[in-house]
Design a protein around this ligand. Structure first.
Ligand SMILES: Nc1ncnc2c1ncn2[C@@H]1O[C@H](COP(=O)(O)OP(=O)(O)OP(=O)(O)O)[C@@H](O)[C@H]1O
Ligand SMILES: [Mg+2]
Length: 163
């Protein structure tokens, strides 16, 4: 874990590394947390979401919500709202009432979040995932507003410790 240009950089050489990052974040989340995931097709957004869900105690199988757009799960720690907005139209967005999720009792993870930039709360954690060769992935993490900016400081401090 290191800082580059105001973002935290986490290099995942494997899905186990993705899982370790998900666990570290799962320790920090509170009701109303919004995590925006960006990254190309196959970057690893759903994989990260599944690891994160497991880490907050979701026991159900978490599938890619590409076709359902949003799916709600019960977690031991918090409810989990999993969105994939790749195919979301403006009309559907209005019908779904996204703010009910964003400002609800659970934690919302949004795949392809930058497609609905104007509908997201300004305070959020943004994670951008990129392919980085040899099957590894780069996670760039940035917090906008409280408490997300502080979370990045904390993540950096707990850094490489096992979790
Ligand atoms: N950290 C990782 N290291 C190696 N392989 C990974 C990693 N994360 C994900 N993968 C692999 O990449 C593939 C695509 O992952 P995933 O479905 O999570 O991507 P996605 O970003 O959700 O894609 P989409 O845009 O289609 O929703 C999967 O086969 C998964 O096993
Ligand atoms: Mg996906």
């Amino acid at each position: 874990m290191e800082w580059t240009n105001g973002e935290l950089l986490w290099i995942a050489q494997s899905q186990e590394d993705t899982t370790r990052l998900a666990r570290k974040l799962a320790d920090l989340v509170v009701p109303g947390t919004v995590i925006a995931l960006d990254g190309d097709l196959g970057a690893g957004k759903t994989t990260w979401s599944q690891a994160f869900a497991a880490a907050i105690g979701v026991r159900e199988v978490v599938n890619s919500p590409t076709f359902t757009i949003i799916k709600e799960y019960e977690g031991e720690k918090l409810p989990f709202y999993h969105m994939d907005v790749y195919r979301l139209s403006q009309e559907e967005a209005d019908e779904l009432g996204l703010d009910e999720y964003f400002f609800g009792d659970g934690v919302t993870v949004v795949e392809w979040a930058s497609l609905i930039d104007d509908l997201l709360p300004p305070r959020r954690l943004v994670i951008s995932i990129q392919h980085a060769g040899d099957g590894s992935r780069e996670f760039r993490i940035k917090g906008y507003g409280a408490p997300y900016a502080e979370w990045c400081q904390m993540l950096n401090e707990i850094g490489e410790s096992e979790g």
